[in-house]
Design a protein around this ligand. Structure first.
Ligand SMILES: [Zn+2]
Length: 368
């Protein structure tokens, strides 16, 4: 290192190979860019490989100083390096939050709205909102066009839904908060974003999204479409409509997520018989999408745990894995996280309520 630092322009090219072997190419490249020579430029060519963008950047600097041509791929790599550097600098410059600003950006939003149906004013507190500055926002009066509130707001006087105009002050607050959150590059309840369905269909209000998704589910059916409707309804604050959609979706024999949502809802109620609903979810474990599998199976394990105090019946869980099958007594399970992992690698799973002689229960219960 010291040798490189001390070397003059004439000596540097001779040190290139040595520096490369010692893992000091970058130190050498920077020295060569500071004290360039024609020989140094050819040494760059000897030690550079296309993935080394930092070296390309020093090479570009040396070539520029020597007014020498630079190979195209080196120039491209150097440009990539500069772009990345700029991005890093920008991230470093992100303003640190102050507790006061954090509290302001983290607080729920108080919306002042006027009902379009009855003309009366009301206030709604909402947890999140989006602001899309690319909308036709030209002045304070059109700011509201960029605002999206993901909850369906009902007028407290006439029950009209999602039929309101936002006050200028509320629109201004949301736009300001979204801009501040974007500057801080952190997640806050109010942020810059575009309102739309998963497929990119733009929507102005959540009731519009619900209408579109409901029509799609009713016309085309399929667990996935009912699930999309259920999830959207949940976010819009429509728990009843969400449950209805999940129930319809759970009728699809290939649908685990909806069956799980219905079972979880039944487990959350005090009355009713959640056992069969949990059993239905368990039987669909093998259908879990690869991407969501660990999470869904952890939720199935959680549903089984919550089922315990809800029934006196025996609970037998049979899991078939690639290396064999096991039947376990759910009441003997202690490691629920491990159960989720075992479910995630099962190719078949079932929950039954019949008593099985203890001898038939597998030792697999021992690892749980
Ligand atoms: Zn009203």
């Amino acid at each position: 290192m010291a040798k490189i630092e001390a070397a003059d322009a004439a000596a540097l090219p001779g040190l290139a190979q040595e520096a490369a072997q010692a893992g000091l190419t970058l130190a050498w490249a920077e020295a060569a860019a500071d004290r360039p020579s024609a020989e140094a430029l050819s040494s760059f060519a000897a030690i550079w490989h296309p993935a080394d963008e930092a070296l390309a950047s020093s090479w570009a600097r040396a070539a520029e100083a020597m007014e020498a041509p630079l190979p195209d791929d080196v120039a491209d790599a150097a440009k990539r390096h500069t772009r990345r550097q700029r991005k890093r600098d920008k991230a470093r410059r992100a303003p640190a939050g102050s507790p006061l600003v954090d509290a302001w950006l983290g607080s729920p939003v108080l919306l002042r709205v006027r009902c379009e149906a009855c003309g009366r004013d009301a206030c709604h507190e909402v947890g999140t909102a989006l602001f899309d500055p690319s909308e036709a926002v030209t002045d304070a009066a059109t700011l509201h066009l960029g605002v999206y509130v993901p909850f369906i707001l009902a007028c407290p006087f006439c029950d009209a839904e999602d039929d309101y105009s936002l006050s200028i002050s509320s629109a201004q607050e949301i736009a300001t908060r979204a801009a501040a959150a974007a500057r801080m590059r952190r997640d806050f309840p109010v942020r810059v974003g575009k309102a739309g369905l998963a497929d990119g269909t733009a929507i102005r209000r959540p009731s519009e999204g619900l209408r579109i998704l409901r029509a799609r589910a009713e016309e085309q059916g399929g667990g996935e479409r009912w699930r999309a409707l259920g999830n959207f309804a949940l976010r819009a604050g429509r728990a009843d409509e969400a449950l209805e959609a999940f129930e319809r979706g759970a009728e699809d024999p290939a649908e685990l997520a909806c069956a799980l949502a219905v079972a979880a809802e039944a487990l959350g109620r005090e009355d009713g018989e959640p056992g069969p609903l949990v059993a239905r979810a368990v039987s669909r474990v093998p259908l879990a999408e690869e991407k969501w599998r660990p999470q869904l199976c952890a939720e199935v394990a959680e549903a089984l745990r919550k089922l315990l105090p809800r029934t006196e019946k025996p609970l037998r869980l049979r899991m078939v894995g690639r290396r064999g099958a096991a039947t376990v007594d759910v009441r003997a399970i202690k490691d629920w996280a491990r159960l989720g992992e075992l479910l995630a690698i099962s190719v078949e799973a079932s929950l039954t309520f019949d008593d099985v002689p203890a001898a038939e229960l597998d030792r697999a219960a021992g690892v749980l």
